[in-house]
Design a protein around this ligand. Sequence first.
Ligand code: GLU
Length: 502
Amino acid sequence: MSQHSVRVRFAPSPTGPLHLGGIRTALYNYLFAKKHGGTFILRIEDTDQKRFVENSESYILETLKWCHIEPDEGVGYGGDYYPYYQSKRRNIYRMYINELLKKGNAYYAFDTDQDLDDKRKEYHHRGLTFSYNSRIRMDLNNSLTMTKKQLHDKLRFCPYVIRFKIEPGKKLKMYDIIRGNIIVNTDHLDDKILLKSDGEATYHLANTIDDYLMKITHVIRGEEWLPSMSLHILLYRALGWIPPHFAHLPLILRNNGKGKISKRNTDHFNFPIYPIQWKIPKSKIIIPGYRELGYLPEAFVNMLALLGWNPGIEREIFSLQELINLFSLEKITKSGVYFDIKKANWFNKKHLHEKKEEIFAFLLKQIKIRSISCQIDYIWKVIYLTMDRIHFIHEIWEHSFYFFISPSSYDTNFFNKICHENTILQLDKIKILLYNMNQFTSINLKFLFQTIKNKHKIMQLFRLALVGMLKGIDIFIILEMLGKKESIIRIEKLINQVKEKI
Ligand code: GLU
């Protein structure tokens, strides 16, 4: 295959927001297309109007934009293979269904829902499973079991579906890029519906025809479609077409072992499931996505790329371009992959290192809101000192406020514990020590406190006075950053609070 002929598609149905699995499918298609200088297409598979959910399409477009994985062609982007909505391609499907009927690869079926239900029950009673297949179809109400005249009459008055006629007794050999060789005995396949009674093509028919007409070279999609691969390949063959290559992506599993993440199974998660926020159409309730929760698109995409694929090297942090360069379908794992929110947060933390300007802007805003005046250099120093402690930009203030303002309260538990005379004596002593220091640097301070009695306790008191709680970076660096005057003011403040309490 020439380098430039790769054409892949992301083909979501507009039945709600994308979840992690959906956006990962889009990402893998994108990475594969870009790696091979190919085309990434967005097709909206909206044949099932009953499952249509408003705003799904704009949600999909916005998500792809946020992730920086925009299509080259398709809905919202145009292209030569227009229309990219399946609902606008009804005539095309009609044409090919007629061809299948003519060739004898499809047939009309008039069985009502009631008929089929009765059959199902009857089989169930006999301990069998009913399936509309080559063994049973000659006992059912379809064009294979009636004369031309009967069929003609039926077609005028009765609703019908069109089914694909599976040829039994064949061993269908298929190849999936991720799973390798697969052999299916056609005896085990049923005659799937291609055209529904409302005249709409089913997913199977529309999807196959569109992939062929849009010159799709590789079908990269979720594992839930693996069982449909045989039908799709048989459809291609019946229409005299060469099938594309297939790659079925592993499921994303919840790391509590409680099943897969899917569109119909998005409740009760203790981690975000949507890339960007979703407003539930009826209730107007907004469910925040990764974007709203503060994840960087770069981190989100990096995390998602490694959820089922790895380049086989130690490194885990990659830019989108690096992911493109390294991507290959062969390195996608076969088995389900576990989603881990801690790992997602870790990716965000790592990518934050490339976003220092953004952290600065956020912190500056916090400082301005509080009318604090301070030097630009000082803010930068604070960022370098605290950045390693945050996973999200919005966390910077809670991890660095003590460099800008004196604590407004103290850790209650610890404060209660230290409320006695002895604390006042100790604090007074260290206050004098600090006061008499010449060069107020972290190195000098560390040296000074090395020999002191009760070092651990004193350090904790320091921390409480300067930060308000037993958290924060190296205490000697905090002291140096705040300077002698401010440090002593904060120690005095704690002394007064303790005095007040006892
Ligand atoms: N419309 C299908 C879905 O939403 C696409 C399956 C495919 O890619 O073939 O999952």
